[in-house]
Design a protein around this ligand. Structure first.
Ligand SMILES: *C/C=C(C)/C=C/C=C(C)/C=C/C1=C(C)CCCC1(C)C
Length: 243
């Protein structure tokens, strides 16, 4: 009976619980961003609606996971590694889909999308193995994950995706470039969180950071920021086709 009552209570959030705080704010921010993307959808040209829908799905999936992660942290004061990676393995491939969707105007093929999705899944599965399954070899899994990450960076900055962006030109090229910066700089936040939260030679350098705070900041920047870049592209491109 006591247990049941406890489960129904709202968990306390201590004033100095910065991890709990970032989970809470992250959850709200993802919800707000989802409402924003979904409600704005109908104001765009048909061909941009799927891109905006995907932006909203990314923040919505994150909002649901943040709801659980916030609760998990409040209940156990432990890193919600499992929920974290389930969130990522759903949302990061959707970010790869965004690249494909905006480059479709220049004739992007599905093979480009699947290649990026495959690389992102390799990056995340190896990250999970290092963080949750085989922590003694975290540096090795992190390295493999990092290689997959660099191939993604290379592909979008210099590979086929770049060529398509150049062919599309205009605001598509500009949006592609901004998304490339998100992947190069924004996504580089995650390996810092990983090194802060797993054992390895890098501990003395990154040990002072908290894995969850770093990941939560990274998610807010990347998921909402990514979505806004696509939103901005849709605004500019829809305006143009009206004129
Ligand atoms: C919305 C969530 C996003 C954009 C998550 C991105 C995650 C990464 C780019 C993670 C990368 C990692 C490495 C490059 C090496 C260490 C292990 C990871 C999985 C943290």
């Amino acid at each position: 009976m006591t247990k049941l009552l406890l489960n129904l209570e709202v968990a306390k959030l201590a004033a100095d619980d910065y991890v709990g705080f970032t989970f809470f704010v992250g959850c709200m921010a993802m919800m707000a961003a989802s409402a924003f993307f979904f409600l704005s959808m109908s104001s765009f040209d048909k061909k941009w609606r799927t891109s905006i829908l995907v932006s909203g799905l990314i923040t919505f999936i994150a909002a649901v996971h943040y709801w659980y992660m916030r609760d998990y942290w409040a209940s156990f004061a432990e890193s919600p590694v499992f929920f974290r990676y389930v969130d990522w393995v759903l949302t990061v491939p959707l970010m790869c889909v965004e690249f494909y969707l905006i480059l479709k105007v220049a004739g992007a093929k599905k093979s480009l999308m699947w290649r990026l999705i495959f690389l992102s899944v390799v990056m995340l599965v190896t990250g999970y193995l290092g963080e949750a399954v085989d922590r003694d070899n975290a540096w090795l899994w992190g390295l493999v994950s990092g290689i997959a990450y660099f191939v993604i960076v290379y592909d979008i900055w210099f590979g086929q995706a770049k060529k398509l962006a150049v062919a599309a030109g205009g605001e598509v090229l500009a949006a592609h470039k901004t998304l490339c910066w998100f992947v190069l700089v924004g996504w580089a936040i995650y390996p810092i969180g990983y090194m802060a939260g797993t054992p390895g030679w890098y501990e003395p350098i990154f040990g002072g950071f908290d894995l969850d705070i770093v990941y939560n900041i990274g998610d807010a920047i990347n998921k909402i920021g990514f979505g806004l870049v696509v939103y901005n592209l849709a605004v500019l491109a829809s305006k143009k086709s009206e004129a």
